[in-house]
Design a protein around this ligand. Structure first.
Ligand SMILES: [Zn+2]
Length: 251
């Protein structure tokens, strides 16, 4: 989140600087920071109908171990040993020992967005393996217990990259270049970002908002023109005139 405060805060707090002319003036301030909006964006960018899906780097719990048929001897002990091995490898990991059905636990940790689920059951233990399920694509694989301390951190890296790539592709597929208001309106109503030329006139910006609900979101550093006319008023733009700008609905 960023804001331009002007001298709204420097006046009450009396924050001044000595100007070139040698007198004291109030400073002009901006704010820049990570705010709750970032969390909203994360939920919307990665979540799905089953709930949250957290990128491994920011997930409070990166791997959840679910003991299967925990009443059988050795299962909980093995789950605990795997937890220790993963913790030693730097993974944020927990074991779900609660007295709930396996299906209930699977659903709950999926909803909470934990990137990796590790199922530890008696038959798998006999074979020296566990079943590992990914939250991002729901794929399942078997991994040797002795390899978990190297395989799980590697898998978390793969998931991190895959989720970023998937989100980027989705974003890029929803940016539509528009040259007139019909195109802009249709694109906005279908939930897209619109990339367009804008003459720079406030009246055009206001009109787009009034007609479509979309506002200017950002003016990119890359100002390679995407058209020759203002998307709103149709004014011809000579070289160097107008701005490339993104329009979208704000939520
Ligand atoms: Zn215009």
């Amino acid at each position: 989140t960023s804001h331009y405060f002007g001298d709204n805060f420097s006046r009450p707090f009396n924050i001044k600087f000595s100007s070139r002319e040698g007198d004291l003036k109030y400073v002009y301030q901006t704010s820049w920071g990570t705010s709750t909006r970032m969390i909203g964006a994360l939920i919307m960018a990665h979540g799905d109908n089953r709930g949250l899906a957290l990128p491994p780097k920011v997930a409070p719990v990166q791997a959840i171990i679910i003991p299967i048929a925990a009443h059988k001897g050795g299962v909980n002990e093995k789950a605990e040993a795997i937890k220790q091995a993963l913790e030693n490898a730097g993974v944020r990991v927990e074991v779900d020992y609660r007295d709930q059905s396996t299906g209930w636990k699977f659903n709950e940790w999926e909803m909470k967005g934990v990137p990796v689920r590790i199922e530890v059951g008696p038959r798998d233990i006999e074979n020296g393996v566990v079943t590992v399920a990914r939250r991002d694509d729901f794929s399942k694989t078997q991994i040797k217990i002795e390899d978990l301390a190297t395989e799980i951190p590697a898998l978390l890296d793969v998931i991190q990259k895959y989720m970023l790539e998937k989100a980027r592709k989705f974003r890029d597929a929803h940016i539509v270049v528009c040259e007139d208001m019909d195109g802009l309106t249709a694109a906005v109503n279908s939930g897209n970002f619109v990339k367009a030329m804008w003459c720079g006139d406030r009246a055009c910006e206001d009109k787009v908002k009034e007609l479509t609900g979309a506002s200017t979101r950002v003016m990119p550093f890359d100002q390679t023109p995407v058209g020759t006319k203002c998307v709103c008023c149709g004014k011809n733009l000579l070289e160097g005139e107008g701005k490339v700008i993104y329009f979208a609905k704000a939520y």
